[in-house]
Design a binder for this molecule. Sequence first.
Ligand code: AMP
Ligand code: MG
Length: 442
Amino acid sequence: MKTIAQIAAELQGYDPQALPAKAVLDFLQRLVTPVTESTELPLFDSLGKVLSADVISPMDVPPHDNSAMDGYAFDGRQLQANTPLQLRVVGTALAGKAWIGEAGLGDCVKIMTGAIMPVGLDTVVPQEMVTQLEPLNGETTFVLIPPGLLKPGDNRRLRGEDLAQGRPALLKGQVITPARLGLAASLGLPCLPCWRPLRVAYFSTGDEILSLGEPPREGAVYDSNRYTTFGLLKRLGCEVIDMGVVKDDPALLEAAFRSAAAQADAIISSGGVSVGEADYTKAMMKKLGDVAFWRIAMRPGRPMAVGRIAAETSDSAGTPGSQKPGAVLFGLPGNPVAVMVTFLAFVRPALLQMMGCTDSAAPLLKAHSQEPMRKKAGRTEYQRGWVSTSADGSLQVRTTGNQGSGVLSSMAEANGLIMLHHEQGNVAVGDLLDVMMFDGAI
Ligand code: AMP
Ligand code: MG
């Protein structure tokens, strides 16, 4: 496990007073380590968890060649370019009830979707393509297939085309989505190997912060950061430990940090990390841990503290103890929008890495700007945006009102974060912008 100083020494041009967003991500990637404990979870409990091992398919899916349509199965070698094909119906194959028999040239078998293909037959003509011919003697039915519509093999699903036996069906590090849950079920697997969920403790700091239920008072604001943080962590599938609002008091802060570090893999605090902040939050982080204090070249969300808080620095006899490596600390700024932006930009990828997740990159969309924007090169700016489809079908994005870092309504009205990159300058109408969509994260 590397110290803050060791990581800083590895990064070229590391300047904690003007750290580019990219350098923050590089730093965090070196700081955090994935969880190591894994458990087998029943399928219904595994949704949203991260796979701790590859899942190898124990069987072919589908297990037999079968029909993709309701229609008639026949030997496709008989198809000719210009001549209709007349076939005698010799039986019926149902899903779950195979037709046992021999169908030769000139024969076909009425077949339902999902039914096993009869031996020797490789092609299915959908019911609506054929003409039924009048029974000749009341027993045998014939169908007529028009030419030019089919090729051999059409409308047949091949054994193992979804998943082949012995091949990896799901990969270690993937998040278990509804589709992956269904896929595991289609293999007959009742349980999946999952990394244990991450435990994240969070609290808000500041004397002016009110908990819900407290009466309003002059100069005080209700705590919103704990609620946005709670929501963001829940969407990630973390186990959350809510530690409330902690007043700006050294004893209370020390107790909160120690208790959080003892229980959690990561701690998210908000407030008290600004430069010149006249409070005890930063002092306590310094005392209890190995912490870097940054000014990030970004807007909103410039100040941030990052490091580790020791679970226990000494036992009652004063000797250094504790096997626990300490919890990773994300000391976020206080402003409500800054909290959400720094979470999405930096904390989320770091937590996903800790969760053992390998497919963690948030997808970026390209959308045309509907408005000009002023942007200073040399910092990354995150604007709250609304992406929609324009009349010509391309994606467009506008900002959602007041972009102040305390204005949470701009966040509540947005469906994505517009990323104006470090080197980017002013934006003109029509420019293509990168947008990090909230879907699934927020
Ligand atoms: P700070 O980073 O502590 O200087 O806080 C910056 C601004 O964010 C101040 O206006 C705080 O009142 C506000 N703020 C800090 N924490 C919270 C919170 N938990 N909920 C809402 N606003 C907050
Ligand atoms: Mg404060």
